[in-house]
Design a protein around this ligand. Structure first.
Ligand SMILES: N[C@@H](CCC[C@H](N)C(=O)O)C(=O)O
Length: 288
C-alpha cells in the first residue's frame, strides 16, 4: 500500500545568497523538519538550499523562527534567515508595514527586533538587533582557558592558526589571514575546524581578510551546511572579532563583503546591529 502524501506550501528566499526553504506553520503542519531539511536542501534531487526555516506562531513575539541546517541539525540563530522571516511576515500580510515597521521574532537564542525599510512599498532591507556578542569561551562554547579567546594560537589538522571566538547565539571561530581567501581550500579545512574537539558543539568558521578599517572580506564554512554564500551571524562575529583584535572600531558601520553580497555590521558593548537585504525567489508546493 502506498503512503499518502501531503502537499506543503513553501517560499524559497535568500539573503545575500544564503538561501533557505521557508514553511509557514500558521495553518499547515510540518512533520519531522529535520528530515525535510536533508531531503529538500539537496540541490540535485530536492528544491535546493542551505536548509529549511519554519515561520511559526509565538506567544511572546510576532512570530517564531526555527532553522535547520542542510544536515538536519537545528541552529539556534540565523542572521540571513531572520531578515527573510521578517520580509515573509510583511509579504504575506501577517504584519502590516503601514502600521508597524518594527517587529519581534522569537529564536532559540532569544527575541530579536527587526526594523524594515521599503522601496516602492516593498520590504527590501531589514536591520536586526542581534543582541550582545558573547566572548566567554564557556558560553560559546570553546574548550580553551581565559575570559576571551582573541588571537589565540591553536593547532587544527596539524596546521597552526590564530583564532578569535565569538557567539552570536551560535558559535563562530574567526581566522584572519593575509593571503587571498579565494584560494583557501574550504572543503578540506572547514570540516577540520567544524569537528575539532575544542568545539564541543561544532563551530561555524570564517576566514577573513581586513581590506581597511571599515571593510572586511570573508568566506564561511557553516556547521551543518558546509560553505555557504553568506552567513549573517558569521558577519557579526567577524566584525566583533575585528574590533577585539584592533583592526576596526566599535560603533563604526563595518562593511562585510561575502560571496553573495554585502552586510553592514555595527558592534557596540551593548549590542550588534546587522543590516542587509531579504528577497523572495519563488513560491510553490512540494509533495512530501
Ligand atoms: N547562515 C546562518 C547561520 C545558520 C546556522 C549555523 N549553520 C549554525 O548551525 O550555527 C546565518 O546567516 O547566520
Amino acid at each position: 500500500m502506498r503512503d499518502s502524501k501531503t502537499k506543503l506550501r513553501f517560499t524559497k528566499m535568500q539573503g545575500i545568497g544564503n538561501d533557505y526553504i521557508y514553511f509557514s506553520t500558521f495553518g499547515q503542519w510540518i512533520n519531522n523538519p529535520e528530515a525535510l531539511a536533508v531531503r529538500l536542501s539537496d540541490r540535485h534531487f530536492g528544491i535546493g538550499g542551505d536548509g529549511v526555516i519554519l515561520v511559526a506562531p509565538s506567544k511572546v513575539a510576532d512570530a517564531q523562527m526555527k532553522m535547520y541546517n542542510r544536515d538536519g541539525t537545528e541552529g539556534k540563530m540565523c542572521g540571513n534567515g531572520i531578515r527573510c522571516v521578517g520580509k515573509f511576515l510583511y509579504d504575506h500580510g501577517m504584519v502590516n508595514i503601514k502600521e508597524k515597521d518594527e517587529i519581534t521574532i522569537e529564536t532559540l537564542s532569544g527575541i530579536k527586533s527587526l526594523k524594515a525599510y521599503t522601496t516602492d512599498g516593498e520590504v527590501k532591507t531589514l536591520r536586526v538587533d542581534m543582541g550582545k556578542a558573547i566572548l566567554d569561551p564557556k558560553l560559546i562554547p570553546v574548550d580553551l582557558s581565559g575570559d576571551k579567546v582573541v588571537d589565540r594560537r591553536v593547532t587544527i589538522g596539524m596546521q597552526d592558526y590564530r583564532i578569535t571566538c565569538v557567539s552570536m547565539g551560535n558559535p563562530h571561530c574567526v581566522v584572519f589571514v593575509d593571503s587571498d581567501i579565494d584560494n583557501i581550500n574550504l572543503e578540506e579545512i572547514g570540516p577540520l575546524f567544524e569537528n575539532d574537539p575544542i568545539f564541543p558543539e561544532r563551530v561555524n568558521t570564517e576566514f577573513v581578510t581586513v581590506l581597511n578599517e571599515k571593510t572586511i572580506k570573508m568566506r564561511v564554512w557553516e556547521r551543518g551546511s558546509g560553505e555557504t554564500w553568506a552567513c549573517g551571524t558569521g558577519a557579526c562575529a567577524v566584525a566583533v572579532a575585528a574590533c577585539e583584535n584592533g583592526f576596526c572600531k566599535k560603533g563604526d558601520d563595518i562593511k562585510i563583503k561575502l560571496k553573495g553580497g554585502d552586510l553592514i555590521i555595527n558592534y557596540t558593548d551593548e549590542t550588534v546591529y546587522m543590516t542587509g537585504n531579504a528577497e523572495k525567489v519563488y513560491e510553490g508546493e512540494v509533495e512530501v
